[in-house]
Design a protein. Structure first.
Length: 283
């Protein structure tokens, strides 16, 4: 049976679209290879070096390396490079990249900083790897990801005054807020929760909308999309209904967290710390 004109043109369009998805010079086989091997491009999981070797390496680093690369390994301008950004350091697993540098086999290391003893070289490399293992997200100093800063620096009495003035229309220390300091034991989590309004582990309330077109019954449901031109709501039966807005269309959005959103631009750092300090006391 001869192929129809629509079939031929459709096949050509599909083939062209597939080609656009593949960069020039890359075959389907190489794409498959990339997908299969991409997991090996993740950051290496370094083995943990013995603590005594790391401690020895730290002492040697402070004596031989710190003057140029600084105590936190981030280097000194026009003196020594940032080790934390060194590709050799970042990919090193067992000393294969770092140790040749420490031994002076690569250009750039001053002669008086070169180490020759095998154990010393291995120890310094182990220390560098131990610091790299503590790095948080890009740009953070070593150890930042392991620190838990104390955020309870506010005044609980001031926080209670703020709460009573701004929050008691919807919340109560003896009602929905009772025991919040025990329910959410982490002050940091508690602070994030009350600021965004998703408190006490309760799911975020649903935003609903009521749409009234001239001469038609009002439509009410979960607000899916609302802008100056269209309103889409999800009805009780799960279907979606979109209404085009005109100057005669009445739209009411019911957002249970509107008060929280309105307060966001008004908070000062002191307000946030004070309210958190107060909520922590509600055991």
């Amino acid at each position: 049976m001869p192929e129809s004109k629509w079939s031929r043109s459709s096949s050509r369009r599909i083939a062209a679209a597939m080609l656009l998805l593949i960069p020039a010079g890359i075959t389907l086989y190489s794409v498959a290879q990339h997908i299969e091997t991409s997991k090996f491009n993740e950051a290496p999981m370094r083995p943990v070096d013995p603590p005594q070797i790391v401690a020895a390496g730290k002492a040697l680093y402070e004596k031989k390396c710190e003057s140029c690369h600084s105590a936190d390994l981030r280097g000194k301008e026009n003196v020594g490079p940032n080790i934390l950004r060194s590709q050799d350091a970042l990919v090193d697993m067992h000393g294969e990249s770092l140790e040749p540098i420490i031994r002076g086999e690569k250009q750039g290391l001053a002669n008086h900083h070169i180490l020759t003893e095998k154990d010393d070289v291995a120890a310094v490399a182990a220390y560098v790897r131990s610091i790299l293992s503590e790095i948080g997200s890009q740009g953070r100093a070593p150890g930042d990801a392991l620190r838990s800063p104390n955020i309870l620096v506010g005044d609980a009495a001031s926080g209670q005054h703020y709460f009573e003035a701004k929050c008691t229309r919807c919340h109560s220390a003896e009602g929905d807020m009772k025991g919040i300091g025990k329910k959410i034991s982490s002050p940091k989590t508690l602070q994030s929760a009350w600021i965004r309004g998703n408190h006490f582990g309760v799911p975020v309330p649903t935003i609903t909308a009521t749409v009234q077109e001239p001469g038609k019954p009002a439509v009410e449901g979960t607000a899916i999309h609302v802008d100056d031109f269209l309103v889409t709501v999800k009805l009780q039966d799960g279907t979606l209904q979109t209404v085009r807005r005109t100057s005669q269309t009445k739209v009411e959005v019911h957002d249970p967290l509107e008060a929280h959103r309105n307060l966001l631009p008004t908070y000062t750092d002191k307000d946030i710390h004070d309210v958190t300090a107060y909520l922590v006391t509600l055991k």
